[in-house]
Design a protein around this ligand. Structure first.
Ligand code: NAP
Length: 272
């Protein structure tokens, strides 16, 4: 007889994560009896040990283990290798396989909004989320320019994907169809922060913030005031979670239901 599937989130911290809420809500809607538990763990070895010992069928991986867990897995999907981070683990009869669903989550959200092919994007930041974004945009036929506080990291990211990079001081001269913020500036509780304080927002017809809490960051409020179309990180968050469920269960998740669950929780904090 098949054992009931159990799922988990591993990271440190995990208390702020909306993944447990979103995944539990999706499983209920899908009529799956599948617990999803958040574990705060001290290192990547503990992630792998817990998955094996508890027979966890699928896991979400968050900060700070997305990179360090990779070397401990039996296999890592080629896209996750290219991005350099794993946010999803599938346990296939004891064989642990790593994936990255941030890229597909962003791709799906952008396709719902402005598309990728032929479009130019300025990416603020050069961390894990920026790597997933640049990989996804280039693979989708878009163009990316990376701008980051630490210029060496911008140059290194750009070199690994063969795209351009720019200095933060140059942002007022860059033109693009869309600006995407991948820095954590403006995330709850530091909601008065923003990665762009000058007038350069008017240069971008569209501005997306990967932050989803608050739903409308200071960056998005100022972008809207400057006449830009704006997009929060909620859609990407929902799609990356939905792609995790697809990998774990091979079933299509209830994306609109998941979005409504997340928006209901964030409603009080959105600042709208
Ligand atoms: P990360 O690897 O720590 O990278 C953060 C980047 O932000 C770095 O390039 C860093 O610049 C820059 N940064 C940090 N503080 C800064 C400051 N005070 N001024 C200027 N730049 C600063 O983080 P990550 O994993 O990429 O995640 C970044 C954000 O994306 C988080 O807010 C996360 O919640 C969000 N995210 C959202 C989704 C979604 O589904 N919506 C998915 C993934 C991530 P330096 O290189 O100079 O340090």
């Amino acid at each position: 007889m098949n054992k009931p599937a159990i799922f988990a989130l591993f990271g440190d911290p995990v208390a702020q994560s909306l993944s447990p809420l979103m995944h539990r809500s999706a499983f209920v809607k899908m009529r799956l009896t599948a617990p999803y538990t958040a574990y705060r763990v001290k290192d990547a070895a503990e992630v792998v040990r817990q998955i094996r010992e508890s027979g966890i069928r699928g896991a979400s991986i968050t900060i700070p283990f997305k990179e360090t867990v990779m070397a401990l897995l039996d296999e890592v999907d080629a896209n996750a290798v290219a991005i350099g981070a794993v946010n999803t683990i599938v346990n296939r009869d004891g064989r642990l396989v790593g994936y990255n669903t941030d890229g597909p989550g962003l791709a799906r959200d952008l396709e719902d909004w402005i598309g990728i092919r032929g479009k130019t994007f300025v990416i603020l930041g050069a961390g894990g989320a920026a790597r997933a974004a640049v990989f996804t945009l280039i693979r989708g036929g878009g163009t990316a320019v990376v701008v980051n506080r630490t210029v060496e990291r911008a140059a290194a990211l750009a070199a690994s994907f063969g795209c351009r990079w720019g200095l933060p001081a140059e942002i007022g001269r860059l033109e693009a169809d869309c600006l995407i913020n991948t820095t954590p500036l403006g995330m709850f509780p530091d909601t008065d922060r923003t990665p762009l304080k000058d007038q350069s927002l008017v240069r971008f017809p569209r501005v997306m913030d990967m932050i989803y809490n608050p739903v409308k960051t200071r960056l998005l409020m100022e972008a809207e005031a400057a006449g830009c179309a704006v997009r929060s990180g909620v859609g990407m968050f929902v799609h990356q979670g939905a792609e995790q469920i697809r990998l774990w269960t091979e079933l299509e998740p209830p994306r609109e239901w998941m979005r409504a669950t997340v928006m209901e929780r964030l409603g009080g904090r959105s600042g709208d």
